[in-house]
Design a protein around this ligand. Structure first.
Ligand SMILES: Cc1cc2nc3c(=O)[nH]c(=O)nc-3n(C[C@H](O)[C@H](O)[C@H](O)COP(=O)(O)OP(=O)(O)OC[C@H]3O[C@@H](n4cnc5c(N)ncnc54)[C@H](O)[C@@H]3O)c2cc1C
Length: 465
């Protein structure tokens, strides 16, 4: 592990960074500590020095200086990560990619985009649309999160069921290693099996193996129609049967299958929430179904078949873009849970056949430990991914551990994961062993030591060396 020490404006590493990059690139003191430590957090950045490079070369120079001085570094994108993987200490330097926000090229013929890693996701989505393309990654933080953050967390989101996770959308990338070496792997092709696929070292590794500076991304043809509907369902068995029926019936067009448990649906359709319920509030489950590129008549036929078969009890189909957005606004209104702040947010993964019992088990053990607990459940259920927003009245470290045990411990017996898409950071580090074997974690350490022998990149995140 790197040596820990307080940094100041006149420390040798700060001086060296200013000399190597220019004063404009290096922020100090209040300009750094005045920044929020992350979305939905009440604390600020603790690091005292923040570097804002504009090019890969500048990132490389910054890392060379830090390597020479044994200086730990944490990369920052949009700071929308939810697992404390971007948190800093006073001894660390932040490398923020905020000025590396150029879309270098969009190629409609090959359906690719070449971007710097600080590009905001929504900016890329809109730029792709102007070229008749779609960049399929989509998540609630689209307006703030960056492509570099999406890559480093292997972000998932709303359309994984059709297009996969961020890993599936990255054709190539460029990254700077801990010693400043630039690894350029800007592959532009869908297929390239020539040896190791080194980009995977930097996807989903939370900035612990390198700083991603540029990427080649795979886009898709844009679609005109985005039929969207909300259904109410009575039992979990019917929910699972409906997933299969709708996937088959929509002939490859299913692009989202987002489930809201009754507790979450009531939360987001009852004042002070601004949205009203499009369906009555007494169904056990609500599913938001999206079928990008499907014909509306096909969607309606699938709904009628499911109603006739009594798989679903009720349905509302969006008839305009405004109605489509209203349905998505329910799913995206997670912030309503903050009425009951403090709130613990969870993101777990498990096989669908275990889901109903698992959720019951979590509810039951929470009620036993915290009789007044509120637990709002939703998720990208088509991907086996559940989110809980849990409020028990306080957020002391002891309480947090008790709540985490209720959520994470039952996963061990069913082969689930403590992280479906948010990553590990500091928050899930104590529970990594539930999702990964000892040999897997040891191989992670081998890779970390090989690429970053001084332990300078995002130290202490995911696992200890
Ligand atoms: C409302 C909301 C909805 C969300 N929905 C989803 C969802 O559906 N699916 C999902 O997967 N996530 C979701 N998230 C979590 C979050 O948005 C994603 O993890 C996102 O990918 C983080 O991007 P960022 O730019 O904000 O990264 P940051 O928070 O800045 O960083 C996250 C991690 O990546 C590292 N990092 C950042 N940039 C780089 C880089 N260029 N090189 C190397 N390392 C880097 C950081 O060091 C840190 O470890 C949601 C968050 C919010 C607030």
């Amino acid at each position: 592990m790197a040596q820990v020490r307080q940094l100041s404006a006149d420390s040798p590493v700060t001086e060296a960074l200013r000399a190597a990059l220019g004063e404009d690139c290096v922020l100090l003191g209040d300009a750094v500590t005045g920044r929020s430590a992350g979305i939905w957090r009440t604390d600020n950045i603790r690091a005292q020095v923040l570097v804002r490079p504009r090019t890969t070369d500048e990132v490389s120079r910054a890392m060379s200086v830090c390597h020479e001085h044994g200086q730990p570094v944490v990369a920052h994108g949009g700071l929308t990560g939810l697992v404390e993987s971007g948190l800093t200490t006073e001894a660390e330097v932040v490398v923020s990619l905020e000025r590396m926000n150029a879309i270098e090229a969009i190629n409609p013929l090959e359906r690719t985009a070449v971007v710097q890693s600080g590009v905001i996701l929504q900016v890329l989505q809109e730029a792709a649309a102007e070229h008749g393309l779609m960049f399929p990654l989509d998540l609630g933080a689209r307006g703030s999160c960056t492509i570099g953050g999406n890559i480093s967390t292997n972000a998932g989101g709303n359309r994984v069921i059709r297009y996969g996770m961020m890993r599936d959308m990255v054709l190539g990338l460029e990254a700077v290693l801990a010693d400043g070496t630039v690894v350029t792997s800007m592959n532009q092709m869908i297929k390239n099996n020539a040896g190791y696929d080194l980009k995977q070292l930097f996807i989903g590794t939370e900035g612990t193996l390198g700083i991603v500076t540029r990427a080649v991304l795979r886009c898709r043809e844009s679609v005109d129609a985005q039929p969207t509907l909300l259904v109410g369902i009575a039992t979990f068995d019917k929910l699972v049967a409906f997933l299969k029926a709708v996937d088959r019936g929509l002939r490859g067009c299913l692009s989202a299958f987002e489930v809201m448990w009754n507790d979450y649906y009531k939360l987001v359709t009852t004042p002070p929430a601004k949205n009203r319920p499009p369906l009555p509030q007494d169904y056990a489950y609500y599913v938001l179904v999206e079928a990008m590129g499907a014909d509306q008549t096909l969607v309606e036929a699938v709904v009628h078949t499911a109603l006739d078969a009594e798989l679903i009890a009720d349905a509302v189909v969006a008839n305009s873009e405004a109605q489509r957005r209203q349905l998505w606004a329910l799913r995206d209104d997670v912030e309503q849970a903050f009425q009951f702040a403090p709130v613990f947010l969870f993101d777990v993964s498990l096989r669908i056949p275990f889901m109903a019992d698992y959720v019951e088990q979590v509810h039951a053990s929470l009620q036993t430990t915290f009789p007044d607990a509120r637990n709002f459940t939703l998720g990208h259920m088509g991907d086996g991914n559940l989110h809980f927003a849990i409020a028990v009245g306080d957020d002391s470290p002891d309480t947090r551990r008790q709540v985490e045990r209720c959520v994470y411990e039952p996963l061990a017996a069913i082969g689930g994961s403590v992280s479906a898409e948010h990553g590990v950071g500091l928050e899930k580090k104590p529970y990594l062993h539930i999702a990964r074997s000892e040999s897997e974690v040891e191989l992670m350490r081998v890779l970390k030591r090989a690429l970053d022998p001084k332990g300078l990149l995002n130290p202490g995140k995911i696992f200890d060396l």
